[in-house]
Design a binder for this molecule. Structure first.
Ligand code: PLP
Length: 285
C-alpha cells in the first residue's frame, strides 16, 4: 500500500506529494511541527499537541492554516488513509511560499501544511525499551528559543549523528554550566538514589514535552517525588536511573551515558513502571 500525505488541501500518494522549492520551510527552516503518537488507530494527547502548535505558530507570527478542530480532522484522516494502528502522525506548518527574502513575505502568503503518518514497529520499540539505550553528551549549541518546536533542527541532527558514529543511540545536550538541557529529540530525566525524579524546568532551554507534562500526572498518581530543576552531567553519571521521554518513544530507559553505566547498567524499575502506566493517564481520541 502506498503511503498518503496531506499537502495543502490534498491527499496525495507520497511520490506525488511535493512542496514548492520557494517554500520558506525549505529555504529557511521557517516553520514549526508536531509529532503525535497513534495507538490502536487513535491519536494520543492530540489536544495538547494542537495547543503547543498554536503556541509555536504565535511565537513566530505564522498564521494558523486552519482551526485546531479542522486540523484534528485532517490528522485523523491521514492516519486512517495510511492504516496506521501503532505509529506516529507528523504535521508541519511553514510561513508559506514566497520569493527568497529573509524578511516575512509582504503581503502575507498562505501558510503551508503537510501531514504524514507512518506505522512504527511495536515489537522493536518494546525490545529497545527492555534493553535501554546509550547516550553521549554534547555541548548545547542551539539557539535560545528551543521551547518553540521549529523545523530548524540542524544541531539536533548533528548531535544524533555524532551519537551514532560513537556507537550510542542518542545525545544529551549540556549547557555552559555542565547542566543537562534535554536529548536531541526527547526530554532528559534522572532518578536519584533517594528515589526523586529530576528533570529540567521548562524554560527557554528545553522543549516542554507533552510526554513530560503527562508524566508529571503519572508520577503524582504513583506517589513519587519530582524535582523540576537543572541537573548536571555528573549527577546524571551518579544517578540510579536515567531515561528520556517523547511522543514516539514514551519512556525510554538510558543505561549508559558517555560510556559509563547508569545504576546497575540495566533499565530501572521506575522508568519501566512509568512506561507501563503512561497510557492510563494520556488522552486518546
Ligand atoms: N525535546 C526535543 C528537542 C524534542 O524534539 C522532543 C520531541 O520531538 C521532545 C523534547 C519531547 O516532546 P514530546 O514529549 O512532546 O514529544
Amino acid at each position: 500500500m502506498s503511503r498518503i500525505a496531506y499537502v495543502n488541501g490534498r491527499y496525495l500518494p507520497m511520490r506525488d506529494a511535493a512542496v514548492n522549492i520557494e517554500d520558506r520551510g525549505y529555504q529557511f527552516g521557517d516553520g514549526v511541527y508536531e509529532v503525535c503518537e497513534v495507538r490502536e488507530g487513535r491519536l494520543v494527547d492530540v489536544r495538547r499537541h494542537l495547543m503547543r502548535l498554536k503556541r509555536s505558530l504565535e511565537a513566530l507570527h505564522i498564521r494558523a492554516p486552519m482551526s485546531s478542530n479542522a486540523l484534528g480532522v485532517v490528522l485523523r484522516e491521514t492516519v486512517v488513509r495510511n492504516r496506521v494502528g501503532y505509529g506516529i502522525v507528523y504535521f508541519q506548518v511553514t510561513r508559506g511560499v514566497a520569493r527568497r527574502d529573509h524578511a516575512f513575505p509582504a503581503p502575507e502568503v498562505p501558510p503551508s501544511l503537510v501531514v504524514t503518518a507512518r506505522a512504527l514497529n511495536r515489537t522493536r520499540n518494546e525490545a529497545l525499551a527492555a534493553k535501554g539505550i546509550a547516550v553521549i553528551s554534547v555541548p548545547d549549541n542551539r539557539w535560545g528559543r528551543v521551547d518553540i518546536k521549529t523545523i530548524g533542527l540542524l544541531p539536533n541532527v548533528l548531535a544524533r549523528q555524532g551519537a551514532i558514529e560513537r556507537g550510542a543511540r542518542d545525545a544529551w545536550f549540556v549547557d555552559g554550566d555542565r547542566a543537562v538541557t534535554e536529548a536531541a529529540s526527547a526530554n532528559a530525566w534522572i532518578v536519584t538514589y533517594a528515589g526523586t525524579l529530576v528533570t529540567r524546568q521548562a524554560d527557554h532551554a528545553i522543549l516542554r514535552g507533552i510526554t513530560r507534562t503527562v508524566l508529571f500526572d503519572v508520577i503524582q498518581a504513583e506517589g513519587l517525588r519530582i524535582d523540576e530543576r537543572c541537573f548536571t552531567l555528573d549527577e546524571a553519571y551518579a544517578a540510579r536511573e536515567a531515561f528520556v521521554t517523547s511522543a514516539s518513544q514514551i519512556v525510554l530507559p538510558v543505561v549508559q551515558i558517555d560510556g559509563r553505566a547508569i545504576g546497575d547498567g540495566k533499565p530501572g524499575p521506575v522508568a519501566l513502571a512509568l512506561r507501563r502506566e503512561f497510557h492510563r493517564y494520556a488522552e486518546r481520541d
